[in-house]
Design a protein around this ligand. Structure first.
Ligand code: NDP
Length: 254
């Protein structure tokens, strides 16, 4: 098999949560370019529909599904809708996430809960629902978005809930990989360093210090994650499960 075919996603059916913008949208475009049909799952249907228009303009079968990943009924309905439209699910990119910067000692219960609910429980719910489809057919690739924040404590901004949620995503990924290995379902995660998206750009005051702390002296771009995501989604990653791929310009090395 040639190198291009190795990474082919032709015929595969995917969904991407948080797919309307940022890392999720970039991944959706890459999955589509590799041949997959892609559902954009997000909260804001205006942005999700715009991403779908972009995908369709490239000849890709796509749909937008409104879903709050913290709501189990929403998640189950989203999976049913994707299966109804595409026939099955081969690739689940569980990527929706938020960050709230509050000092631990004054952080509200609501802020803590919101971050954990979206970043950790949301990934469990979407992975569980996609996993049920994949276990049924003994095949599938689940990719979760963790973060280098699951490995290190970011500075100077306070974000204990975010860091804890992402460490949880890494261990959840490993746990699901082990539980579902007998069913042919692979579960991996990526741990990006600082990437230029709405999430980081809204905290622009910290960008110079983040860049200074990164050995490559810059933030990454969403497109710099997509080759890894296509690999993890593809059959060429057949023996790759339970791994966390750190893509951070060497931030966590120092
Ligand atoms: P963005 O804010 O650009 O995108 C996140 C998307 O998730 C938005 O479209 C957002 O919708 C959506 N979303 C938020 N809450 C929910 C929810 N409850 N249900 C469904 N969708 C939701 O951020 P990024 O692209 O940067 O982040 C994507 C992932 O990458 C996150 O998990 C983030 O933690 C992770 N990450 C990001 C890094 C970075 O430096 N940017 C570094 C490491 C990890 P809306 O805007 O309408 O709220």
């Amino acid at each position: 098999m040639g190198v291009v075919d190795m990474f082919s996603l032709v015929g595969k059916k995917a969904f991407v949560t948080g797919g309307a913008q940022g890392i999720g949208k970039s991944a959706a475009l890459a999955f589509a370019e590799a041949g997959a049909d892609v559902a954009i799952v997000d909260l804001d249907m205006g942005k999700a529909e715009a991403a779908v228009v972009e995908l369709r303009s490239r000849g890709v079968r796509s749909l937008a599904v409104k879903c709050d990943v913290t709501n189990p009924a929403d998640v189950d309905a989203m999976i049913a809708r994707v299966v109804d439209e595409f026939g099955t699910i081969d690739i689940a990119f569980n990527n929706a996430g938020i960050c709230i910067n509050e000092n631990a000692e004054t952080m509200s219960f609501e802020s803590w809960k919101k971050v954990i609910d979206i970043n950790l429980t949301g990934i469990f719910l979407t992975a569980r629902a996609a996993g049920r489809v994949m276990i049924g057919k003994r095949r599938g690739a689940i990719i979760n978005t963790a973060s280098m924040s699951g490995h290190i404590v970011n500075q100077p901004q306070p974000q204990c809930a975010y860091n804890a949620s992402k460490a949880g995503v890494i261990m959840l990924t490993k746990s699901l990989a082990v539980e579902w290995a007998p069913y042919g379902v692979r579960v991996n995660c990526i741990s990006p360093g600082y990437i230029g998206t709405a999430m980081t750009l809204k905290a622009a005051q910290w960008i110079p210090s983040w860049e200074a702390a990164t050995p490559q002296k810059r933030m990454g771009k969403p497109e710099e994650l997509t080759s890894a995501l296509v690999y993890l989604a593809s059959d060429s990653a057949g023996f790759t499960t339970g791994t966390d791929l750190v893509i951070d310009g060497a931030f966590t090395c120092v």
